[in-house]
Write a protein that binds this ligand. Structure first.
Ligand SMILES: Cc1cc2nc3c(=O)[nH]c(=O)nc-3n(C[C@H](O)[C@H](O)[C@H](O)COP(=O)(O)OP(=O)(O)OC[C@H]3O[C@@H](n4cnc5c(N)ncnc54)[C@H](O)[C@@H]3O)c2cc1C
Length: 498
């Protein structure tokens, strides 16, 4: 129970209520919510689960404090509910995150306004801890003095420092692991997920969806899968998929590029710090930690399409300059970059860096397209589940569910930690790796080490366990060499853009 086995022949013989295209966090949450709603669902991902945008997030589960500025209370409520949901259901992977924002002389961000904003936020979200154990509760925010700010964040720029706002959000210790746990939970509830399976076409009959045509990426065989409902959750590609299966719709995913930087430096604070240079036109960044290293985001730049190759060198340099102006003692350089995590996010419009703040869900049948086809373009990892839940409710109007409504308990978390510091016994490491190979469908060493075990921040440790993982797959030495080479290439293609 709770295992993801990749038996494409069998999967394609079954009939489903709903097919989900895309195995990022939106597709994964759609699978979970469809299963909760009693629908028999299959989610098809053309690469590995969670390998695209969802892999590159800053891993913060936002409580929506910033929506207070624009008085978007419903968005705050949704974010806080989702944060509580993540904390309550994934206590092994999500933790409260103290966030510190240094305050200087400023018209809008000063002690007075921040204290008032935190009070309003605390009052408005006063039920946020209902049902959570004490260690996962989100405390009230506060404004602390300059001396305490310096003590907590020793590199803080000291001239003119008035204190700091301190509030709490939540952080995912490992976002792809969380996505995998969502898939395991869905599997226990009857949901099916398949990686390396690309959806190529839509099957229709009399203007209604009948299913999809897809291809097993590992051997090139085409299959038909039947279902009266199809959701396009293809992330940055959702507009292209919608255009092919129905009609173009410009509200779906006008792309912009966004990136986070992992530095070979220690974190600045035991939590996240909001840093922004007071001079120039600098944006605000959040700096926290990934596997004990400084992790900062998010930079944004415009792009003219989804084939954008990632952030340009000058954009990354501009971000480093911003960080050094905000925290001069940090003094980061391109040589300090360990990895750039980047992906595309929907902007308000093409060519803009102003991000869309609401997910877009479309019922193509309502717009003259095939009945039973839906698309979703998501904006945040945080709100993937609530967006999925609303969409499944909308879709369920189109049919009567066939299964049991509700979710079984989440399966016990998988033993996924293969890091040599935490699992030094080689026999135990191979045993854990083999269980992941058998139950979570990794097809390559990168799938296993990077996306099942989150060792992206520690290349040396990852390379040191590569051979043991090849043993778990049962590969020949020739296959193992190819896979180890691929893993090494994955780590090389990571730092400053050319
Ligand atoms: C730099 C950065 C930082 C971020 N930080 C945060 C944060 O701190 N907190 C937060 O809440 N959010 C954050 N986000 C936003 C969040 O990561 C995204 O909103 C979310 O991951 C989008 O998920 P998705 O499932 O829509 O897309 P994706 O993860 O891109 O998934 C779409 C999937 O569809 C697959 N696909 C496409 N076409 C097909 C096809 N034809 N057949 C089968 N599969 C197909 C793709 O391979 C892909 O895996 C950040 C994003 C970025 C880029």
């Amino acid at each position: 129970m709770g295992s993801i086995t990749r038996n494409v022949n069998q999967i394609c013989r079954d009939a489903y209520d709903v097919i989900i295209i895309g195995g990022g966090i939106y597709g994964s949450m759609l699978l979970l919510e469809a299963s909760r709603a009693g629908l028999k669902a299959v989610m098809l991902e053309k690469n590995d689960f969670g390998c695209l945008t969802s892999f590159n997030s800053l891993r913060i589960i936002h409580g929506g404090l910033r929506y207070l500025q624009t008085l978007r209370f419903s968005r705050i409520r949704e974010s806080v509910n989702e944060r509580s949901w993540f904390l309550g259901n994934f206590p092994d992977l999500v933790r409260p995150l103290p966030c510190l924002m240094p305050l200087y002389r400023n018209l809008t961000k000063n002690r007075l306004t921040l204290r008032a904003a935190l009070r309003v936020n605390d009052w408005f979200t006063r039920n946020r801890n209902a049902g959570l154990p004490p260690e996962l509760e989100i405390p009230d925010g506060q404004v602390i003095g300059a001396a305490e700010s310096r003590q907590r964040f020793p590199l803080v720029r000291g001239d003119g420092l008035r204190g700091a706002a301190l509030w709490y959000d939540a952080v995912m210790l490992d976002s792809n692991r969380l996505l995998m746990e969502v898939l395991r939970w869905s599997a226990r509830a009857g949901g099916t997920s398949v990686n390396y399976f690309e959806v190529k076409d839509l099957l229709r009959v009399n203007g209604k969806v009948r299913g999809v045509v897809g291809s097993d990426v590992l051997n090139g065989t085409d299959y038909e899968i039947e279902a009266p409902l199809v959701v396009n959750a293809a992330g940055p590609e959702c507009r292209a998929v919608a255009q092919k299966f129905s009609a173009d719709n410009s509200t779906l995913f006008p792309p912009s590029v966004a990136w986070n930087i992992l530095f070979d430096r220690p974190p600045l604070f035991d939590g996240a710090v909001a840093i922004q240079a007071t001079s120039g036109n600098s944006r605000m960044y959040f700096a926290h930690s990934l596997r004990g290293r400084l992790f900062v985001g998010t930079g944004h730049a415009p792009v003219d399409g989804i084939s954008a190759p990632g952030p340009a060198k000058e954009d990354v340099r501009a971000m480093l300059a911003d960080l050094n102006r905000a925290v001069p003692e940090l003094d980061v350089h391109p040589a300090d970059i360990k990895r750039i995590f980047w992906g595309l996010l929907p902007a308000k419009q093409l060519g803009s860096v102003e991000l869309a703040t609401e997910s877009v869900s479309l019922d193509h049948g309502q717009q003259g397209g095939p009945k039973g086809l839906f698309s979703v373009s998501g904006v945040k990892f945080t709100t993937a589940r609530s967006t999925a839940s609303r969409l499944i409710t909308l879709m369920k109007g189109n049919m009567t569910g066939s299964g049991i409504v509700g979710l079984p308990d989440r399966p016990a978390p998988a033993m996924y930690d293969l890091h040599p510091d935490n699992c030094s016994d080689r026999v135990e490491r191979i045993r854990r790796a083999r269980a992941l190979v058998d139950n979570e469908a990794p097809q390559s060493l990168v799938d296993l080490i990077i996306r099942r075990c989150d060792m992206v921040g520690d290349p040396d440790a990852a390379m040191s366990i590569a051979l043991d993982c090849c043993t778990a797959f049962g590969w020949s030495s020739e296959q193992s060499n190819v896979q180890i080479q691929e893993l090494s290439t994955f780590f090389k293609l990571q730092s400053m853009p050319n």
